[in-house]
Structure formats: structure tokens, C-alpha cells
Design a protein around this ligand. Structure first.
Ligand code: SAM
Length: 182
């Protein structure tokens, strides 16, 4: 929740959240947001939300969809938000190409993710555990290098912060920040 608090309030205007899950980010959006469109391939997860979306201070729409095929016209969002989802998306190349299509050229991409740790020892452990973790964790990967993936897929990161959250080190190295289309 502390991580969400750092990144979600930076969202403004017409926003797309990818992989909303059960909506844990919703309380952190401010009235700077005019409309929030949220997508997730799992309607089941979304149904578990505890948030009354009627009471949000902006228009809200949930659409059952994946990042690899975003049901929106090109250049339609001022901001795309993603948290703890880049670890799971199966086809990141397709997903980033869709994000670049729907995000306005001047728009911002806000992210907060866990991923590849900086130490060799932890990285080795992440790589060993990953196949099993992925199976039991709904497709989640422990060892994705999030900043590199963002940069390799056509974005420039203008702000990046990292931290180990308390807990099991292989799953707790967090990256968060802001990126723009190159
Ligand atoms: C660990 S949960 C994170 C949920 C939420 N973003 C959060 O921060 O609490 C990962 C989410 O990614 C979603 N997801 C999985 N594959 C996806 C895809 N291809 N496109 C978009 N979301 C996907 C899952 O359904 C799930 O809601």
C-alpha cells in the first residue's frame, strides 16, 4: 500500500490502468483524474473489489481485456498505470506495443513492479525458483528486469526508484517510476 501511495497520485486526466486485479490502487487516485478505464483478463478478480466505484471522484469503467489487445482507440490516454502486473503478462512485446498505441505521445507511463534483484546471489535464486513460482503464482515471474524491459520496448524512464520491501527477498525487490514514449 505504501508503494501504491507513491505512484498512483501522479495519475491525471484520462487514465488507463492495466491489470486492475481487485482494485487495490483505486483509493489512491486523486480528483486530478477525469476518467479511469481499467482492464483485466480476470473478471473474477475484479468481482472481489471492496471499492464502491459509484463513489469515486471520477468516471470509471472496467473492461475485461488483456494488455496484449487493449480495446481503445489510438492516442486516447494521458496516462497508463501498471502495478505488479508486468511480472505476469505473457507477451510483453505485444503489450508494450499496445500501450504505445493507446498512450498519447506526450502521455506518461506510471509503473510499480517487483522483479530482478541487484545481487547475483538473489538473482540465481530467483532463476532457480521461477519455474515453480510461475506455476503456483498464476504466471508471475520473479526475475524480470523491469526497467530494461520498459526501455527495450520503446520508453525512456525519467524517474526510477528501487527498494527491497520487507519480506522474502526474491519477491520483494521493487521498481517504481515514470516513463515516456521515446
Ligand atoms: C499480482 S496481480 C496485480 C493486480 C493489481 N494490479 C494490483 O496491483 O494489486 C496481477 C494482475 O495481472 C492480471 N493479468 C494477467 N495477465 C494479464 C494480461 N495479459 N494483461 C493484463 N493483465 C493481466 C491478472 O489478472 C491480475 O489481476
Amino acid at each position: 500500500m505504501k508503494q501504491r501511495e507513491k505512484i498512483i497520485p501522479l495519475a491525471s486526466k484520462n487514465v488507463l490502468e492495466i491489470g486492475i486485479g481487485s482494485g487495490l490502487n483505486l483509493p489512491f487516485y486523486t480528483s486530478e483524474v477525469k476518467k479511469l478505464t481499467a482492464i483485466d483478463p480476470s473478471k473474477e478478480l475484479w468481482k472481489r473489489t471492496l471499492v464502491n466505484t459509484q463513489q469515486l471522484p471520477f468516471n470509471f469503467q472496467f473492461i475485461e481485456a488483456s494488455a496484449e489487445s487493449i480495446p481503445a482507440i489510438s492516442n486516447s490516454f494521458d496516462c497508463v498505470v501498471i502495478t505488479y502486473t508486468l511480472c505476469t503478462i505473457p507477451n510483453l512485446t505485444k503489450a508494450f506495443s499496445e500501450i504505445k498505441r493507446v498512450l498519447k505521445p506526450t502521455g506518461k507511463f506510471l509503473f510499480c513492479e517487483h522483479g530482478k534483484a541487484p545481487e547475483n546471489g538473489i538473482q540465481k535464486y530467483q532463476n532457480i525458483v521461477n519455474p515453480v513460482w510461475k506455476k503456483i503464482g498464476g504466471g508471475c515471474n520473479l526475475n524480470r528486469n523491469i526497467p530494461t524491459l520498459i526501455e527495450e520496448n520503446g520508453f525512456t524512464i525519467s524517474k526510477l526508484e528501487t527498494i527491497y520491501l520487507p519480506g522474502w527477498k526474491p519477491a520483494s525487490y521493487n521498481y517504481w517510476g515514470i516513463a515516456k514514449i521515446k
